[in-house]
Design a protein around this ligand. Structure first.
Ligand SMILES: [Zn+2]
Length: 303
């Protein structure tokens, strides 16, 4: 990584983004407080990513401005309707923070420094969104405005593109912000298991949309999601595999008649007519409406 010429501050930020992306590539879709307090190793030192004492802001002593902020939610279960559809949100000055904390967040605003936002999805657990920027400070109302429009998908995060990250600049394209949060709530509901074959390797699993994402109804709610392994996700998206509204798997009839190796036989043909592995909680299960709409597409494509 060509970051040798950068100052300590920016190097540390990029390393933090890189570490989070690495964890997500390994299949971690949500982070607990202990893991974030433990943090990561940077230039011989351990750097916690959130505050040990539980403050909603993390200001490492050696950094000129804030490294991360977080919001929390109380429930045991994910707030599946999390609304981060907006490009920005208001972050209140922390009551428990010292004035120094707010000063460092104000520095991030003045310098256009990129930071991490830990979006709380249930008690003690959050999803990291980065880079985010402070774009306004209102001392009278005691709020900062945080911009989310430049958040990258973890698998698109490119530390060599750091010049883009150094300073806040308005984004031209609307990013699919909800994806990391959607993934986290779906993986949690399905207990990191493919709902078709039960494969339990999160790094090989996707959070698939039932009503497709490009569709305006393809919303990021757990009831529009399915945890699927890469193969079953691809087959589902290409209408080679369908999910009936009664939660049973259907395999394309041409595929059923083919003769080929073990992947086709065990991975696809044998899944035909098996029952979907569903989330334990009823409210997390796929919506009947969404499944019916998607099933219609499958039957049309396979007529
Ligand atoms: Zn599978």
């Amino acid at each position: 990584m060509a970051t040798d010429g950068l100052d300590y501050d920016l190097r540390l930020r990029l390393a933090a983004f890189g570490w989070l992306s690495e964890q997500q590539a390994r299949g971690v879709s949500e982070f607990d407080r202990v893991m974030l307090c433990h943090g990561f190793e940077f230039e011989g030192e351990r750097v916690p990513l959130v505050d040990w004492a539980g403050k909603g802001i993390r200001n490492p002593r050696r950094l000129r401005s804030t490294l991360s902020i977080r919001t929390t939610t109380k429930g045991t279960y994910p707030d599946t309707g999390v609304d981060i559809a907006d490009d920005e949100f208001e972050y209140h000055y922390q009551a428990r923070s010292t004035e120094g904390d707010n000063t460092k967040l104000r520095r991030a605003y003045e310098l256009g420094d990129p930071l991490i936002y830990f979006h709380g999805i249930r008690s003690g657990w959050s999803v990291p969104l980065y880079p985010v920027y402070v774009i306004a400070d209102d001392p009278a109302a005691k709020v900062f405005t945080i911009d989310l429009s430049r958040v990258e998908q973890y698998d698109e995060f490119d530390p060599t593109g750091f010049d883009d990250l150094r300073r806040y600049a308005p984004s031209t394209s609307l990013r699919r912000l909800h994806q990391p949060v959607f993934r986290a709530v779906v993986m949690h509901a399905y207990e990191n298991q493919c709902s078709v074959c039960r494969l339990r390797h999160p790094e090989l699993l996707d959070a698939a949309h039932i009503v497709r994402d490009r569709d305006e109804h393809g919303f990021a709610h757990v009831t529009n999601g399915l945890a699927l392994c890469k193969i079953h996700h691809a087959a589902y998206d290409r209408d080679l595999l369908g999910i009936r509204p009664d939660y049973h798997v259907a395999v394309n009839h041409r595929l059923l008649d083919e003769i080929d190796g073990p992947m086709l036989r065990h991975g696809l043909q044998e899944m035909h007519d098996t029952r979907l592995h569903l989330p334990r909680r009823r409210v997390d299960r796929p919506s009947a409406e969404g499944l019916a709409a998607r099933w219609q597409e499958f039957t049309t494509a396979n007529a």
